[in-house]
Design a binder for this molecule. Sequence first.
Ligand code: AHR
Length: 658
Amino acid sequence: MIKTLSSLILFFSILSLQAQQHELTLKASESMATIQPTMYGIFFEDINFAADGGLYAEMVKNRSFEFEDPNMGWQQPQSDRFSLNKESGIANVVKTMENGPNRNYLHVMINKAAGYELINEGFRGMGVQKDARYLISFGADRGEGNIDKLIFQFIGDNDKVLGKTEVPVSDKGWKYYEATLQATATEMKAKLKITFSGNGTIDLDMISVFPEDTWKGRKKGLRKDLVQLLYDLNPGFLRFPGGCIVEGRTLARRYQWKKTVGPIEERDYLINRWNTEFSHRPTPDYFQSFGLGFFEYFQLSEDLGAEPLPILSCGMACQFNTGELVPMDELDPYIQDALDLIEFANGSFISGWGKVRADMGHPEPFNLKYIGVGNEQWGPEYIKRYKAFEAAIKAEYPDMVIVSGSGPFPDGEFFEYGMEELTKLNAEIVDEHYYRPPQWFQEHADRYDHYDRKGPKIFAGEYAAQSVAIASPDNKNNWECAMSEAAFMTGLERNADVVVMTSYAPLMAHAEGWQWTPDLIWFNNLEAYGTANYYVQKLFATNSGTDLLSITGKANKPLIGQDGLYASAVKDAESGDLIIKLVNVKADATTVSIEVKGEKIEKEGTALVLTSDKMDAVNSFETPMQVSPKEMAVSIKKNAVTAELKPHSLTVLKLKIK
Ligand code: AHR
């Protein structure tokens, strides 16, 4: 389709040969490699409030009173639990057991209903939208007295009521109640206020508020706008649940998938390991409710059309923290977790873990093909544990593809040792991580050109350009970083015979609840936006193609930074598109003329252009599309396309085979 040319953005036209500065050749009929459908995926970790407080749409923080301080998130302004003035009433958390899921509930005693309020502050507030409907639910057990009703209100500043509903509570004995609360105004930082009708006692648990309008309308589901942003990325896989969160600071606090499935009120709670990780970004109220658990991750993968890639603890706590090791002769339960997970995902619905999945509403298998052993472990202890996992998994599931890891760095002692050992073991896919300055990404676009074609396939599992330094709170998702990643990604694509999976990290961050920056998507309680880096990922992932093509410049060489230019090219066998990604990292515009060999192409094509005049440009809640692609038309003459590449730009040219 021919789009109107925007005078502001780019000028593409048929240019005369004299104006050309770079002559490129695209070999359109020779497939150099298959681009795996998993090539561009997403890496989800519950960091930065990505799950609780983010994707998982629950609005009540500490709904089940299970945090270390079980009152966290809750206030009783009229009867502070430390004050002596408890005349109107008081609520106390009751512990039923020391460990295990759902050990606490709230015992409320009302003496003078008119004066008592129980308030939940949400995750840095609750985002409510005018006219939207919210599902209130809670468990209650009436005690002595005549409490007959709970009144739920959204409140804003100065206690302004933003919606109200009343829920009769009739029975003794635990019972679950539901009601709808419609918001009368939009407010980013609303709170939930609960008051009571009648005096006496009542026990409460699992006090919950979800928007009714969730992703796919699932009850108590995921935040629709956030999943949409993920969906729009067209991810080939979804890696979960992390990241360091897999490993835990200690083994006891590792992620254990079995504690995250089944009815939500029976799932365990865990302090989030990012709660205390960075003293410069403490997040004392960061816990994992596991409302977003392994079933939901599999379901989300299915919704996104992405291969699920669960990563499991291999019996090593985070080596940046305690590095605690499970002895080799006690590793079996960890290995069993992996085998049981495969059964949970793929097993028959009749019995065992397959039945657990079926009881949760998914009798069909999730068709799990990949499983990750360890997050970013390093050293001989990892290799020992990896071998034990590999032997056990392959013995039962020979077709399961195992993803191993080469540690946290892209080079150095840990990396080299890991790679060498995993290569000796014929590891199938090795996960590499690199958080490096933008310049590093530009300088290493040839990283995989030198990899052994007979060695393991590569999962570039976590990468992001760091504008200041790794883990610096001042890192920005600026255009310089995004453009440098784009330059590097042409190298990933050019090596698609070796690189089979890639993902930016981390994926999401709450504007007030984050610990780590940069992140691909930022959100608050009402809105979300994709960063410049998001649009780079999106341009690659929605134009991934099926076959790698050769595109070369002078002396028949691939473009890997000569004159600031980078390029890769693919064909999409289904659409008949030829897709060329071009990155110009220089401050000057440059012209390329690409001769297409081996196929005849239509006279018109399109260009998707991502650029900014300023290297420090960032998207924001105020200007979410400041750095975002613009579509342009291109014309083609004599089976060649000539295009002017903007300074500091990524251009995706799409041509049609005749
Ligand atoms: O992406 C943030 C963290 O970086 C991940 O949890 C970890 O794997 C890496 O060190």
